[in-house]
Design a protein around this ligand. Structure first.
Ligand code: DGL
Length: 275
């Protein structure tokens, strides 16, 4: 199969990496909407509009399944993309399920973009699975630019995280308000895992939904025959150099197939068809 994956930028590469490890026999096409990152400070309407455009481009690439590797787009646009001709998988349900499976105390922390946190999508998904769970959420808007800049291990990142996690640091298990599980509710955040583990200590389990999302593709991929030579393409809408550096680092590959694309032709085609 050919798997389409999109995010606003480099964040979804953490999901792509997990998918490629779990399903090495399948081709992938990844779209990073680097021209319009970040999504997490934009309105529902705008994010749905972007998600639709990204989806059209990936469908034009003949993908058989679509992964929305962006929490913000999953929170806002998953429902709007339900009637596609291919299956669509978002990141929030798998992440929520992993958090519910990992918590012992029922206290779950969620960090994400301002849009994801304001949407309440994680609380809703967690409560559907564990109605008694206590969920505390915090928006961390500065983390996406830090991740895009490759500053995840700097003193700036440390100071930023300390500020966002105030009250959860250190994490004494005896404090009834301290979560024992923290959901990284933005696909850009796994790059901060080493720093987060250091700051939060062993009392908090970090949930990166990437592996859970890869596992969630089993219903379609378990029975799908692997391709003889699956290709892996990376598409961006702008700023290819910074993305290429991040992609080599995150995917651990020196040679990548990266191309800058224009979303407008796909949009114009669709409008012509509709007109
Ligand atoms: N990585 C995306 C997410 O999971 C989007 C971050 C952004 O563009 O603000 O929310």
């Amino acid at each position: 199969m050919r798997l389409g994956v999109f995010d606003s930028g480099i964040g979804g590469l953490t999901v792509l990496r997990a998918i490629r490890r779990r399903w090495p026999g399948h081709a992938t096409v990844y779209l990073g909407d680097t021209a319009r990152v970040p999504y997490g400070i934009k309105s529902r309407q705008t994010v749905i509009h972007y998600a639709r455009q990204n989806t059209r481009l990936l469908l034009a690439e003949a993908v058989d399944l679509l992964v929305i590797a962006c929490n913000t787009a999953s929170a806002f646009a998953l429902e709007a993309l339900r009637d596609l001709p291919v299956p669509v998988v978002g990141v929030i349900e798998p992440g929520a399920a992993a958090a519910v499976g990992a918590t012992r105390s029922g206290r779950i922390g969620v960090i994400g973009t301002a849009a994801t946190i304001a949407s309440g999508a994680y609380e809703a998904a967690i409560r559907r699975l564990a109605p008694a769970a206590r969920v505390s959420s915090r928006a961390c808007p500065l983390l996406v630019p830090l991740a895009e800049e490759g500053w995840e291990t700097t003193a700036v990142a440390r100071a930023t995280l300390e500020r966002y996690l105030e009250g959860w640091l250190p994490a004494p298990a005896s404090d009834p308000e301290t979560p024992d599980v923290l959901v990284l509710g933005c696909t850009h955040y796994p790059v901060f895992k080493p720093l987060l583990s250091e700051l939060l200590g062993p009392g908090i389990t970090l949930i990166d939904s990437a592996d859970a999302v890869a596992a969630a593709l089993a219903p379609w991929l378990d029975a799908a025959p692997p391709e003889p030579a699956p290709g892996h393409r990376l598409l961006v809408t702008d700023a290819a150099d910074g993305f290429a550096r991040a992609a080599r680092r995150l995917l651990g590959e020196t040679v990548i197939d990266l191309q800058v694309v224009d979303l407008l032709p796909a949009v114009a085609d669709k409008q012509l068809q509709e007109g």
